[in-house]
Design a protein around this ligand. Structure first.
Ligand SMILES: [Zn+2]
Length: 366
């Protein structure tokens, strides 16, 4: 695994015996490309995303921490007279796509002998981390914004993790966790550490398996961008392996109230600059400084797709439309259909919208 992960600035390989969340030079550790997809290595006797264990980047003798993530339904539906598929990531064990990433991250941490760690989250990643920590007996502390929805806070605490409620915006929780890290705690960051990307890539593998080929368009919400990037990298792996003969068109969606990557894209920038952000119903995508902005923008400029945004009214409208299709998701997930409702894209071929989290996690009445 370490050989595949390098610092994006100084190219230092990920260390073989520690668990840093960033390189000592300040750079971000990342995959230049994911572990190669090999059809012959897919183990159909294993459950869920662990069919793709050989592509998750874990050492062969790594412990496996699982709660049954992956193999989520691909639901065929109709939206505005057009056929659409919903990838129901809300049906993962803790109710969000984060479980795919957390399963890989926790398996990695366990393989390095880590028994205690801290994490920060707007809610879903924290709940996911707390559940997998409970499964392994790892002692977890989650720093979350005070404004995190009640059900998510309750979920984190029920799993037995310590929950530290941080007043102020999401960035304050990130600041608070860094203080703990400065005191020597292991930072199991779902955002900075690259391990989860290999987990999110399994969504691409499952889609191609279900559809017997690449979809035309894949739409997903973008916060830090781990899901969007991981899925794109999964399709890149499939293309390199010859499993698909073309890439889908990717559409990443942010809330207008917090859309740093969209702003950078419109300005032609390769990185995000400080942008004004305000509260949004799409709390899961409310990230002012997205970790994966550069990797996503590079791909958008290379023609792989676009990033776009939705207003709060569009989010509410999409949320209600999904519910009327029988899909109860959190408002963040409804970003996955807003570009289809406001004609920001003219979709070609099969459209897949990723439903990232369950509606049971929200306490907002819309
Ligand atoms: Zn470095």
């Amino acid at each position: 695994m370490a050989a595949l992960i390098r610092c994006s600035q100084c190219q230092l390989p990920y260390p073989k015996d520690q668990t840093p969340h960033r390189c000592s030079c300040g750079g971000l550790f990342g995959y230049a490309e994911l572990p190669h997809y090999q059809a012959s290595m897919v183990n159909h006797r294993l459950h869920g995303m662990w069919k793709y264990a050989a592509m998750l980047g874990l050492e062969e003798d790594s412990p496996v921490v699982t709660l049954g993530e992956g193999d989520t339904p691909l639901l065929k539906s109709t939206l505005n007279g057009r056929e659409i598929y919903f990838k129901m990531e809300s049906q993962n064990p803790t109710g969000s796509f984060k479980d795919r990433g957390t399963a890989v991250l926790l398996s990695f941490l366990l393989s390095r002998g880590i028994r205690e760690a801290v994490e920060d989250s707007s809610g879903n990643a924290g709940a996911s981390f707390a559940a997998y920590a409970a499964k392994t007996g790892l002692l977890g502390t989650i720093y979350a914004p005070e404004s995190t929805s009640g059900p998510k806070q309750r979920q984190i605490e029920m799993y037995g993790a310590n929950l530290v409620r941080v007043p102020g915006p999401r960035s304050e929780a990130a600041r608070a966790v860094l203080t703990a890290v400065g005191e020597g705690r292991v930072y199991a960051s779902h955002a900075y550490m690259p391990f989860g990307l290999a987990g999110y890539a399994t969504i691409a593998y499952e889609l191609v398996d279900s559809l017997q080929g690449a979809p035309g368009v894949v739409i997903a919400p973008v916060g830090h961008g781990g899901l969007f990037l991981g899925v794109m990298m999964g399709f890149e792996s499939l293309l390199r392996a010859g499993e698909i003969d073309r890439m889908p068109y990717f559409v990443g969606v942010q809330a207008e109230n917090c859309s740093p990557i969209v702003s950078a894209f419109h300005n032609g920038d390769r990185e995000c600059h400080e942008t004004h952000v305000s509260k949004t119903l799409a709390e899961g995508a409310s990230v002012a400084n997205p970790v994966h902005a550069k990797a996503i923008l590079d791909r958008m400029y290379s023609g792989m797709g676009i990033v776009t945004s939705a207003s709060e009214n569009e989010i509410i409208h999409a949320y209600q439309i999904l519910a009327h299709l029988g899909i109860y998701c959190e408002p963040t997930s409804s970003l996955s259909i807003t570009p289809l409702l406001n004609d920001k894209i003219s979709a070609i071929g099969t459209v897949v919208s990723i439903i990232t989290g369950s509606g049971y996690k929200t306490n907002t009445i819309l």
